[in-house]
Every structure is written in C-alpha cells, then in structure tokens.
Design a protein around this ligand. Structure first.
Ligand code: AP5
Ligand code: MG
Length: 218
C-alpha cells in the first residue's frame, strides 16, 4: 500500500529542504511540483516557455496539468513526500479522489509555519547551482567559493521567481489559494503544525517525531 505525506507551507518555509532529508534519511520518494515544472522549462519546448511565463510572475499552473505530472511520478516506491502539491482546494479534491480510488493513504500533512520577514530573507538569499542544482543561501548556507558551487564549481544563480515583486505576488496567491488547505486538512485530522523558524535540524527532528509517533500508534 502506498503512503503519502504532504509538506505544506508558504514559499520559503523549507518544504524542499525537509523533503531532501526525508529522502536521504527515511527513504521517501520526493515529488516536488515546482521541480517538475522547472524540468519542463529546461527542455526549452513551447510548453516550457508557457510554464516559464507563468512561474516567473508567481502565478499557478493549471490544476490538471500539475496533477498529471504528479501522477506520472507515482510508481513502484511505497513512501512519497509531496512538496508544493496540492496547492489549492481543487487539487486537494483531485488528490483525495486518487486516494479513494487507489487505496493509498495520506498519513500526515505537515504544515511549516513561517513569518513573513523570515520568508523574504530566505527566498531573496537562495542561490541554485546552474549545473548540479545544489542549493545555497547567502545568509544561512553560503558557498565557500565566490558565487560558485562547492561541489561542482558551477555558477550559482537566483531562481527566476525569487525577486522581490514576484515573491510578494507568490505570498498573496498563497494566502488566497493555498492557506484554505490548513482548515481542509485540520478537519480531516491530518494536520501537524511546526514552527518553521527553527533550525533545519530541529524541524527535521520534529518531523521524525511526528512520523515515529504515528508508527507507534499503529
Ligand atoms: P515551488 O517550487 O513549489 O515553490 P514554493 O512553494 O514557492 O516554495 P519554495 O521552493 O520557494 O520554498 P520551499 O518551501 O521549498 O523552501 P526551501 O526548502 O527551498 O513552486 C514554484 C512555482 O511553481 C509556483 O509559484 C507556481 O507557479 C508553480 N507551481 C508549483 N506547484 C504548483 C501546483 N501544485 N499548482 C500550480 N502551480 C504550481 O527553503 C528556502 C530557502 O530557505 C533555502 O535557501 C533554504 O536553504 C533556506 N532554509 C530552509 N529551511 C531553513 C531553516 N530552517 N533555517 C534557515 N534557512 C532555511
Ligand atoms: Mg521548494
């Protein structure tokens, strides 16, 4: 039986960072809707150009397109961490239908709750290696080499949606489209809230406690 957890929270709350730890330490398969969309952009197709135009302004892609991309990634692995999906009530309903029809289980929705001043610093400080996609942050996790990746020496760049005006638009859309999912999952008794201004390590240990606690109840 397939199991899912959802990492949920504002842009910059640390969904991707925590998902990578879940992959490395607990063997989860990571599905990031944002990463899937950025991969299509990198293929330089006509669809990629359209996606680029939308993401670079901070708007959402079509629900059906994103849902199909997520479904394509659900294969033989048993444990999945979803990051960036579902992102509105319609996507949550689509996912709920998927769970009902396949018998897969949504174990927990982990809400990484972060204040706005922290969000701006994290996103404006993020840098990504052009070659190996490793992530850095000029404030919290800087590279040792001037604007180059410590591992492959690739050039570091900012994500196209990490400039100030686009960040503000992403936060506005988060409030109107994504924040209602807090109540959606609270009503289903699936929501766990973590203060995401803690350190990366502290947040990960909270997540592990939540997941282990769950196993103990089984
Ligand atoms: P997506 O890629 O999902 O971006 P996002 O949700 O805006 O979130 P981010 O990736 O910016 O932040 P994060 O929470 O992963 O934080 P991270 O770990 O990187 O989506 C991008 C776009 O794609 C959307 O705007 C939309 O256009 C489209 N899209 C995606 N999914 C969609 C969907 N389902 N439907 C429709 N459209 C969709 O951390 C951020 C920074 O902070 C890093 O530098 C990190 O090192 C640092 N950091 C992390 N944790 C800590 C900590 N505890 N302390 C200090 N620094 C930390
Ligand atoms: Mg991310």
């Amino acid at each position: 039986m397939k199991e899912f957890i959802i990492l949920f929270g504002v842009p910059g709350s640390g969904k991707g960072t925590q998902a990578k730890l879940l992959v490395d330490e607990l063997g989860y398969t990571h599905i990031s809707s944002g990463e899937l969309l950025r991969q299509i952009i990198n293929e330089k197709s006509e669809l990629g150009q359209k996606i680029n135009d939308i993401i670079s302004k901070g708007f959402f892609l079509n629900d059906a397109l994103v849902f199909d991309l997520v479904l394509e990634k659900i294969k033989e692995s048993k444990k999945y961490v979803l990051d960036g999906f579902p992102r509105n009530i319609n996507q949550a309903n689509l996912f709920e239908k998927y769970l009902e029809t396949t018998g897969a289980v949504l174990k927990k929705v982990i809400y990484l709750n972060l204040r706005e001043e922290d969000i701006l610093k994290r996103l404006s400080g993020r840098r990504v290696c052009k070659s190996c996609k490793r992530e850095y942050n000029i404030y919290f996790n800087p590279t040792d080499k001037e604007n180059r990746c410590d591992f492959c020496f690739g050039e570091l760049e900012q994500r196209m949606d990490d400039n100030h005006d686009v960040i503000l638009n992403r936060l506005k859309i988060y409030q109107s489209e994504t924040a209602p999912l807090v109540d959606f999952y609270r009503e289903r008794n699936l929501l766990e809230v973590i203060n995401a201004s803690n350190s990366i390590e502290a947040i990960f240990s909270f997540i592990k406690k939540i997941l282990v606690g769950e196993q103990c109840q089984v």
